[in-house]
Write a protein that binds this ligand. Structure first.
Ligand code: GLP
Length: 239
């Protein structure tokens, strides 16, 4: 029987296999062989197809790579110029397991800055999703995402996703273009309590406007613990 999570939703078998393989591969040295198909078939009592589906997902997300004629291995870190990564991907790249706690998820009326950034008029409906973002259980950031509700009807129904970008991708709305602004600052009392730092501890404030097909979909304001997050930028010549 499929494992039932605390959410009450049955977990798909390939997700169980994928999460297991990811847990043994995250943090392993690049080039380490992934568990074999046969081992996974035996361990989970699932069909080979299910195992392949799990491995395919991990190859697609860049955790594993296939080497023709040799097998499947933990990937070397790759980052292309222009990568537009999610928090989930950023954590995995650092060998940390991403997680989130939803602090707030509600419908709101867009106000000034958010409305402008999303190309809306003040008062238009937005979804406000506030999360504490964790890396291997430790607080890394607080993120306030504002989504254009007109593009995402029913987003808050049926359970919130783990990764916002994955959920947007499933709707063909994953940002392909973004503008980030980054500023150094200090944590206020609310942020300090959530991030488990002292009031006045250094933080990075990152604001991102994400566009899909040139339409603004999301504006997210994140506050990162400066001691737990270094921003990596890979830059190239512009056209
Ligand atoms: C990064 C971006 C945020 C974005 C988030 C989505 O942290 N700076 O603007 O909202 O990724 O991450 P995920 O897909 O893990 O929810």
């Amino acid at each position: 029987m499929d494992q039932v999570l605390e959410t009450g939703r049955p977990q798909l078998k390939y997700v169980q296999v994928r999460d297991y393989v990811r847990s043994v591969c995250v943090g392993a040295a690049p080039g380490t062989p992934a568990p074999s198909e046969r081992e996974l078939v035996n361990r989970f009592g699932v069909a080979r197809m299910t195992v392949r589906q799990a491995i395919d997902t991990l190859v697609a997300e860049g955790t594993l790579e296939r080497v023709r004629g040799r097998g499947t291995f933990v990937s070397r870190p790759r980052r292309r110029v222009g990568d537009l990564t999610s928090f989930t991907e950023e954590m995995r790249r650092r060998g940390l397991e991403p997680d989130s706690e939803t602090l707030l998820a509600e419908h709101e009326a867009a106000t000034g800055g958010v409305a402008r950034a999303l190309g809306l008029t003040a008062g238009d409906p937005v979804i406000h999703w506030r999360r504490l973002r964790l890396g291997s259980g430790a607080p890394v950031a607080i993120e306030d995402a504002y989504l254009n509700e007109l593009l995402l009807p029913g987003f808050l129904l049926g359970g919130l996703p783990t990764s916002l970008y994955d959920a947007l991708a499933a709707r063909g709305l994953r940002p392909t273009l973004a503008e980030d602004s980054v500023a150094a600052d200090v944590a206020d009392a609310t942020e300090a309590a959530l991030l488990d730092v002292r009031v006045g501890a250094p933080v990075l404030r990152v604001s991102r406007r994400g566009l899909a097909a040139e339409r603004p979909v999301v504006v997210a304001r994140s506050v990162y613990r400066a001691d737990r997050f270094t921003l990596w930028l890979h830059l190239g010549e512009s056209d």
